[in-house]
Design a protein. Structure first.
Length: 308
């Protein structure tokens, strides 16, 4: 076979960083990252972005050298992504915070509402129910992180963890402050409104979990090849008939039900932000599916059936 020569340049300065000689044609980008790492130990593979063009997208680990649009002397570009942190660790940190922060307000610690209200409990049953639902949501997320999720990208830039934690932890504190406040008033329509919201909440949580399991099953045996997700025998997965990302649909439904249950403005604002962010993610994933699969179901929308 004809061996390849791979030249790796800095994406910004175009300075040559290394020259790899006699690289096998069937070498993957992952193997090239490892070769580069041996020459530059401080740039471990997860920290490397290898590109065909300085301003282009990063090449995927599984892409093969001889299938790339390059000659036998290939020029690739390297970008340092900075220190990385594993996604499992990211999610554990992001989701553990809200779980415990909420309890500070629920148990009315002395520094929250003042000494007169310390360690007292709310007379409204919905406050206890809200704490149970909020805790259940984040405990479910932690369990999914450890036992269900399979991550196509193993790491995230370390600097992003601060931004993410500020979002999740900050909103958890804001919601909890108002829901557990001594002056909090229960929903306008009383038990009917609360019971409807709880049923909706549990259905959406079950749906969200079912979708995560279905997506995880697509990557069984460590496969990283993207596949079209289809409905299974589980009725909660039938939303795949209509949307590309039903996990986001159910997630938004969870927070809508929590808003109805608590009738609290900060919860509503958090739900709105969640919807905006998840719509962006869903549209991006939907476009990726359309780009990669010519036979992708035409009826599907990104997040809301028949609309969006």
């Amino acid at each position: 076979f004809v061996s390849y020569q791979v030249e790796i340049l800095d994406w910004k300065t175009k300075k040559q960083l290394c020259f790899l000689d006699k690289v096998e044609p069937n070498a993957t980008v992952r193997e090239i990252r490892s070769m580069f790492h041996k020459l530059y130990p401080r740039w471990y593979p997860a920290r490397q972005s290898i590109k065909l063009d300085p301003k282009g997208k990063s090449l995927r680990d599984e892409e093969i050298l001889q299938h790339l649009p390059v000659g036998t002397t290939a020029t690739l570009y390297f970008k340092d992504l900075g220190p990385q942190i594993g996604w499992t660790t990211v999610f554990l940190i992001e989701y553990t915070g809200p779980l415990f922060i909420y309890f500070l307000f629920y148990f009315r610690m002395p520094f929250v509402y003042g000494l007169d209200e310390r360690f007292t409990s709310s007379p409204h049953p919905v406050v206890n129910l809200a704490c149970i639902c909020h805790s259940f949501h984040y405990i479910k997320r932690l369990i999914e992180t450890v036992f269900v999720h399979r991550f196509s990208h193993g790491t995230m830039p370390l600097r992003n963890i601060v931004k993410n934690c500020l979002y999740y932890w900050g909103f958890a504190a804001w919601l909890a402050y108002y829901i557990n406040h001594p002056l909090y008033t229960p929903p306008s329509y009383g038990k009917k409104q609360i019971n409807f919201a709880v049923i909706m909440f549990l259905l959406c949580e079950a749906g969200n979990f079912s979708i995560h399991v279905a997506l995880s099953d697509l990557q069984r045996n460590g496969s990283k090849t993207r596949k079209i997700p289809y409905p299974t025998k589980n009725p909660f997965t039938w939303l795949f008939f209509f949307v590309s990302c039903p996990n986001y649909t159910y997630e938004v439904g969870t927070w809508i039900s929590f808003t109805i249950m608590t009738q609290c403005v900060p919860v509503g604002l958090f739900t709105l932000l969640c919807f905006i962010q998840m719509t962006i993610w869903a549209k991006d994933k939907h476009c990726t599916y359309l780009r990669e699969f010519k036979d992708y179901p035409s009826l599907r929308m990104p997040i809301i059936p028949f609309l969006l």
